[in-house]
Design a protein around this ligand. Sequence first.
Ligand SMILES: Cc1cc2nc3c(=O)[nH]c(=O)nc-3n(C[C@H](O)[C@H](O)[C@H](O)COP(=O)(O)OP(=O)(O)OC[C@H]3O[C@@H](n4cnc5c(N)ncnc54)[C@H](O)[C@@H]3O)c2cc1C
Length: 472
Amino acid sequence: MTATKSYDVVVVGCGIAGLSAGLRAAEQDLSVAILEKAPEENRGGHTQFTESFRIPTADIDMDVEFNVEDYSASDFYRDIMKVTNYRADDDLAEVVTQESAETFEWLTDRGDDWDWEYQAPHPGYTAGRVWLDGEEMIDHYVPILEAEGIDFYYRADARGVNRGDDGRVESVTAFVDGQRTEFEADATILAAGDYGSSKEKRTRYYGRGYGNMKVRGSRYNTGEVIEAAMDIGAKSEGEWGDAHMALIDAGSPDVEGGITRIDGYQYGLILNHDGERFVDEGEDARAHTYAKFGQRIFEQPYHEAFIIVDSKVVDDVAHMGPSRAVTADSIDRLVQRLDIENVEQAVETVEEYNEACDSDAAEQYDPEVLDGNSTEGLELPKSNWALPLDEPPYTGYPVTGGMTFAFGGVAITPDAEVLDTTDTPIEGLYAAGNVTGGLFYNNYPGGTGLTNAAVFGKVAAESAAEYVNSEQ
Ligand SMILES: Cc1cc2nc3c(=O)[nH]c(=O)nc-3n(C[C@H](O)[C@H](O)[C@H](O)COP(=O)(O)OP(=O)(O)OC[C@H]3O[C@@H](n4cnc5c(N)ncnc54)[C@H](O)[C@@H]3O)c2cc1C
C-alpha cells in the first residue's frame, strides 16, 4: 500500500541547494521534508566533496580578513560571462552574483560556530573564495535543519513529480527504503543534482568512451529527477553535451574520488602520448581552466596526459591525487619513466617550447598573477608563466579528465520557478543547483557550483513560501 505524507514544502535532495532551500523554508514557518536518495552516511551529493565557495569578498559585511584580493559581485559576474563565452543566462548570472554576499552572510549566521577557512591553501588561488570541507559542512548544517523541525528521509529515491488536473504540482512519488510513498506538498523544490554519475547518460550526452570516465562526486547523481520533471512538461535548458570535467590524477578512484586534482599545471607543460601539447597551459588562472582541460585530456589517446615541470616551479604544484609523482634528471629519462609512447616527439616538443620562452622569464615569474610571460612563435602558445623547462630534477604527473557535474538541467526563472516548454512557470514547482541548466556553458569558474546552489536554494524557498502563503 502506498504511504502518504503531507508537508507545506517537499525538497528533493540534500546537497547545499536542498539544505539552503529547506532551512529558508523552515525559517518562514513552513513544514518541510527533505528527501535524500542516499543512505544517511552518504548524504550530501557532490556537496560533500567540495572545498571552496566563491564569494564577492569586497561586498561581504563581516569582520573577517580575506587573504585573497578584493573581489566584487561585478567581478564575479564578469568571470562567469568570460569563462562561459558569454553564453550564461544573463538573468541567472545576475541573481547568483548579486545575491551571493547576502546568502553567504546568512549561511554563516545560521551556521553558528562553523569555521569557514579564509586563507587560500595554494599559490595562484586569487579570486574571492572561502575554503571548507564539504562533508563537515553537511554534517554541521543537517542538525541545524533538524532543530528547525525539518524531517529528513534517507534512502528516499524520488521518481515522480505529479501535477493535478489544474496543472499544479501536488506531490512527489518516492521509494523510501523501497516502499512507494506519496509526499503531498503545496510546493516542491527540486535540488537533486545533475546526471553526470550515470554511465548511460555520460555515453548518451558526451559520446562513446565517456561511460568509463572517472566520477569525482556522488554515485547517486544520476538525473532521474530531471527526467521526472521533464515528463510533466518541464523545459530542458543549458549545455547538455558539456560538463565540468576536471584535470585529475590518472590514478584517481573510479567513483567518489573527491579532490584528486593536480593544480599548478599552468606553470609547466601538458603532453599527450604522442608527445604533443594540446592546450595553452597558461591561458588563464587555474580556476578558469581546470574544469575544461579535463575534457581535453580525456579526448587524448588512452584518455591520459602528463604534466611536466622542473625544479623552479615544482613547489607551486599542488598534488592532491593518490599517484606518486615521477622524477628524473633529464626530460628524456622522465618521458620514458612516465611511459609516454612517443619519447622522441615529447623531447622535441619540450626543446621547441624552451626555445620559444623569454630568457628573462624566470626573473619575472609570479604564480599569483597572470604574469604575461608568453612564448614567442609557437603555433600553440603558452600565454602566461612560460618558463623554460631547464632546471633538473624534472617531475611528471599522469592526469586524466574526471566527471564533476553535468551542465544540462531544467529551465528556471530568476525566482527559481521551473518553466514548461511554453516558457510558463509550472505552478508549485521550483528548482535550484545542478538540477537546473542555463548558467554554465563550456567552462566554469571554480567555487561557483556551491554559490549557485546556495543562492538559488534560498531564492526557491522564498518563492515557494510566497506561493504557499498566497494559496492559504
Ligand atoms: C569532487 C568535486 C569537487 C567539487 N568542488 C567544488 C568546490 O570546491 N566548490 C564548488 O563551488 N563546487 C564544487 N563542486 C561542484 C559542487 O559540488 C556542486 O556544484 C554543488 O554541490 C551542487 O549542489 P546541489 O545541491 O545542486 O547538488 P548535490 O550536492 O549534488 O546534491 C544533490 C542531492 O540530490 C540527491 N538526489 C539525487 N537524486 C535523487 C533522487 N532521485 N531522490 C532524492 N534525492 C536525490 C543526491 O543524493 C544529493 O543529496 C565539486 C564537485 C565535485 C564532484
